[in-house]
Write a protein that binds this ligand. Sequence first.
Ligand SMILES: Cc1cc2nc3c(=O)[nH]c(=O)nc-3n(C[C@H](O)[C@H](O)[C@H](O)COP(=O)(O)O)c2cc1C
Length: 348
Amino acid sequence: MTGPIRPTEARPRIGRLILESPFVLAPMAGYTRLPFRMLCRRYHCGLVFTEVTTSEGIRRQSAQSLHYLESTPAERPIAAHIYGSNPAVMAQAARTIEALQRFDLIDINCGCPVPKVTRSGAGVALMRSPKKVQQIVDAVSSAVSLPVTIKTRLGLSPDLPNISEVAQAAEEGGASAIFIHARFASDVHSGPPHLEALARVKAERSIPVFGNGGVTCAAHAITMMCETGIDGVMIGRGALGNPWIFAECHALLAGGLYQAPNLAERRAVIVEHLHCLHELMLMENEFRRRRNHTAEQATCRKFRGHLMEYLAGMQGLSALRRELMTLDSLDALVSAIDRVLACNPDTP
Ligand SMILES: Cc1cc2nc3c(=O)[nH]c(=O)nc-3n(C[C@H](O)[C@H](O)[C@H](O)COP(=O)(O)O)c2cc1C
C-alpha cells in the first residue's frame, strides 16, 4: 500500500528482529567499519551491516575475515554481510557467525558487480540463477536460527530485469527480508533508482522489502517509502560524511524538527571517528602478517575518503586533498582539518 507513513507503523520486522527505525545503513566496502557504523547508530540508523566478508574466509576462520566481523554490542542490531556461491560453504560460514553471538541477521550479497566477486559466481552473478539464490538462502537459513536476508539489484542489465524472480526465490528459500538496490549491475552506482520496480516487488512479496539508491536527504527517503509502499530505506553514499542523515530522516518521519550539527559538533564527530578508527587499526595490526605501515599511518590513509566527505563543499579542499597524501600522524591530520574548518566558519 502506498501513501503517507505513520511513524508507529514504520518499525520493520525482520524475522524476530524489530527495527527501531526503517532507515538503515548500506554496506560499503572501505567505509562501513565499526567506527562509522557506531556513529550512524547514534543518529537513529535502524540497522548496520559489516563490510562484505568472504564466506570461504569465515569457514576457514581466517584472522583477516574474522576481523571484518569485529563488532560491539553498542552498534546492534547488525547484519553480517557475506558473499559466496557455494551453499555448503555459506551454511558453514553462517554457523560460525551465529556462534560469535554478536549478529542479529545474516545478509547474503547478491548485488556486487566487482569481478573479484562475480568471477566465482558470487555477488550479482547469483542473479543469473534464481534457483541458486534459493538454494543458498535455504542452506543458510536451515543452518542457523538468525534471520537471513539478501541484498540484490534489479538485474544484471535493463534487458535482464529479473528482480521479481530473484525476490521470489529468496522468499521461498526462507529469506526474512530483501534489500534492493534499485539499479542494474550495468548502472554500477549511477542513475536514478527505479521506484516502480520497488513498488512491484513490494506488492508481489510478503516479506519486508527495503529500497536503496540515490537517497541523499530525508525527503528522498520518505518519497521512496510513500511512492512504493516499501518497509524501509537503505542509505549508502548519502550517509558518507553525513551520519546525521538518519536523525534527519527520523525527525521528518516523526514530524519533528531536525537541527543540523554546527561546525563544532561536526569537528567533534570527525575527530572521534578518526580516533576510533585508529583503535581499530591498532587491533588489526596485531594479526596483519605484512606490516609495511604503522596503525597510525594506516588510519590516516583509510580516513582520507571519509574526511573528503565530511568536508565536501568547503573551501580549501583541493589543497587538503594534496596534503593528505603526505600526512601520516593523527595530530597532523587534525591540524589540517582545523585549518580547513577555520576557512569555512559559516558552514552550517
Ligand atoms: C564504496 C562503496 C562500496 C560498496 N560496497 C558494497 C558491498 O560491499 N556490498 C554491497 O552489497 N553493496 C556495496 N555497495 C553498494 C551500496 O551498498 C549501495 O547499494 C549503493 O551505494 C547505492 O546506494 P546509494 O545510492 O545510497 O549510495 C557499495 C557502494 C559504494 C559506493
